[in-house]
Design a protein around this ligand. Structure first.
Ligand code: NAD
Length: 356
């Protein structure tokens, strides 16, 4: 025994470009573990269509158990045309929902980080987006997407937006703790407390939890204003915390002001488990062609070090290597401007590795 800390990571490459981008991230994992002197044990498991073809199930008990018995899960993407016509309950999307539920992943973290080299590819003006770097905490297992009663008949449709105290407390705490790690970043809690009682409740609880973090600035903002502010002046945000529905919309807007789908990582976090994955899907149109951008998955790995392993210096190294590769002009097809040379998945991965 070396006595060094050993991290157990379950890797589930999945379908389409999943295996290509996860392979790149695992090379980066190997490089940072050598550089920073810690050990990792990576266990690969089947999930999605790849699992269905072998076991007749998108998510086997074996894969689920492995995810429950590791320090963090790294997921590529699942799904594709081959499995599109299966009954709803057997589809990859159902397996994704199941894994998130079984692991109790109640918080979804999505960064809006603009890399200097890609400032020009944002839909917003360079001076507006340059330097943007904030994190959205979206509540993932409660609110209107799950509340009862729900339904519709010929004359009415209805859903229920409901939050329990513990649901708001735990995501608020996670967001404040993250803000603390980021040098007491400002937290903006987004709600619709001027119209919705459930939002007033949300606001009250967030303020209660805030009492344990007096060093952190807390700002309340209505969701309609927040949607405007994200595109007007995104740099005013550092950490956003919000409910399931508002977070669904705001995290997409926030992500996209930074450029391409191939750049966007995410983390889903619970009390005991965590899963890291790119936002994008399995991209069947480019699968198997060494064309996929591996950065979203490599940045998801950086989030793992920041959130699950409390090693911000490793995360910082990975982000700096991504920034360096972009600054040196490496571009996969999704982020290349017309006329720019295009790198393959493996070339982009190598360019990042060379800078670790
Ligand atoms: P998608 O994200 O797979 O692809 C959308 C477009 O973006 C495509 O043109 C694709 O080539 C491009 N793209 C995506 N990721 C890229 C990357 N890393 N590098 C370069 N280009 C990239 O979305 P879709 O086409 O709507 O869905 C395809 C399949 O993926 C479907 O079966 C869908 O159900 C599944 N899906 C899975 C997840 C997941 O696993 N979390 C998420 C979304 C979609």
């Amino acid at each position: 025994m070396s006595g060094r800390k050993m991290y157990k990571i379950v890797s589930i490459p999945g379908d389409g470009i999943g295996p290509e981008v996860v392979a790149g991230a695992l090379e980066v994992l190997n490089a940072v573990s050598k550089k920073h002197g810690f050990e990792v044990a990576v266990e690969e498991h089947l999930f999605g269509g790849a699992s269905y073809d072998v076991h007749g199930s998108m998510l086997t008990d074996e894969t689920l158990e492995a995810c429950k018995n590791c320090d963090a899960v790294l997921l590529g993407a699942v799904g594709g045309p081959k499995w599109e016509n299966l009954p709803h309950a057997e589809k990859p999307e159902a397996a994704l929902l199941k894994i998130r539920k079984e692991l109790g992943l109640f918080a979804n973290l999505r960064p809006a980080k603009v890399y200097d080299a890609l400032v020009a590819s944002s839909s917003l003006r360079p001076e507006v987006v340059k330097g943007t770097d904030f994190m959205v905490f979206r509540e993932l297992t409660g609110g209107i997407y799950f509340g009862q009663p729900r339904g519709y008949d010929e004359n009415r449709g209805w859903n229920t937006m409901v939050y329990e105290r513990y649901e708001v407390e735990r995501i608020a705490r996670l967001a404040f703790e993250f803000a603390k790690k980021r040098g007491n970043a400002k937290v903006t809690s987004i709600d619709k407390a001027n119209v919705l009682e459930v939002s007033q409740f949300w606001r009250n609880i967030v303020h209660e939890v805030h009492q344990d973090f007096p060093e952190i600035e807390l700002v309340d903002m209505y969701v309609d204003n927040a949607a405007m502010q994200v595109v007007r002046n995104p740099k005013q945000f550092e950490v956003i915390v919000t409910s399931n529905l508002f977070g669904d919309i705001l995290s997409d807007i926030s992500g996209m002001i930074t450029g391409s789908l191939g750049m966007l990582p995410s983390a889903s976090i619970g009390s005991e488990h965590a899963l890291y994955e790119p936002i994008h899907g399995s991209a069947p149109d480019i699968a198997g062609q060494n064309k996929a951008n591996p950065i979203a998955t490599i940045a998801s790995l950086a989030m793992m070090f920041e959130n699950s392993f409390n090693m911000p210096e490793v995360a910082g190294d990975i982000y700096a290597a991504i920034e360096g590769a972009l600054a040196a002009g490496f571009r996969t097809g999704d982020i290349a401007a017309p006329g720019e040379a295009i790198s393959s998945t493996t070339e982009m991965t190598a360019a990042i590795l060379a800078r670790i």
